[in-house]
Design a binder for this molecule. Structure first.
Ligand code: B16
Ligand code: MG
Length: 218
């Protein structure tokens, strides 16, 4: 029986994944590193400093910067990212998401945000969706995706048994995290990108999500 639905944020609730990519790309270019959309798949769902480490390794610059310099680079990326978020309005919510959240609410099934992002509360406020969520997991101090912790914490906050939860994700690391938590994994994106990481089902668009389908899966 379905007890809770645990949502990733960037790339599932709204298209902020593209803003992360733009902001990382700009920062990387300034230090002479090129990142393409295929490499970007390995950044999705990954915490900020970890993402920076991956970019530096990708550009063979992992030994070039001090911790302080790395923090400054990550800060620059976040400043650019937050500037891009300024234009976010409720219209930027992905299709079908608000309807699904309303259906969950009407049926008393808690929705929880299981995002790696420290900007999650800001984004949910801009989309005016905060009230639809029972909780937003605080990702600080817990192991990031692909570890299961963020999803296990989300289940706990909903008072749900992990095996009765469904996780919804657009990232490879996130799909792995959901599976590691022992939950049913719904991917949003492409089967060839998320299938190999263990997605139980992949939808091309959030438009295809419905409570009926989630109930049938759980
Ligand atoms: P921030 P999600 C993740 O969010 C993003 O996919 C990832 O690209 C980002 O680096 C990470 O959050 C941290 O975000 O820098 O805003 O704290 O997909 O788990 O909702
Ligand atoms: Mg995501």
């Amino acid at each position: 029986k379905l007890q809770a639905v645990l949502f990733d944020l960037d790339g599932v609730i709204t298209d902020t994944a593209k803003y992360h990519f733009t902001a990382w790309k700009q920062m990387a270019e300034r230090i002479g590193i090129e990142i393409d959309s295929e490499f970007n798949e390995s950044l999705k769902g990954i915490e900020r400093m970890q993402s920076l480490e991956r970019i530096l390794i990708h550009g063979q610059q992992e030994h070039k910067y001090t911790q302080e310099e790395k923090e400054r680079l990550a800060q620059q990326k976040n400043d650019e990212y937050v500037a891009l978020l300024a234009s976010l309005t409720p219209e930027d919510t992905y299709p079908g998401i608000k309807e699904l959240l309303q259906q969950l609410r009407d049926n008393g099934i808690p929705a929880v945000i299981a995002s790696a992002s420290k900007n999650a509360p800001l984004i949910l406020d801009a989309l005016q969706l905060r009230d639809y969520f029972h909780a937003i997991v605080d990702p600080s101090g817990i192991p990031g995706k692909p570890q299961p912790d963020i999803f296990l914490k989300a289940a706990e906050q909903a008072g749900a048994d992990p095996s009765c939860c469904i996780g919804v994700e657009d990232s490879q690391a996130g799909i792995e995290a959901i599976r590691a938590a022992g939950m049913y994994a719904v991917g949003i994106g492409e089967e060839n990108i998320l299938g190999p990481f263990g997605a139980d089902i992949v939808y091309a668009s959030t438009r295809e999500l419905s409570l009926q389908k989630l109930l049938a899966a759980a």
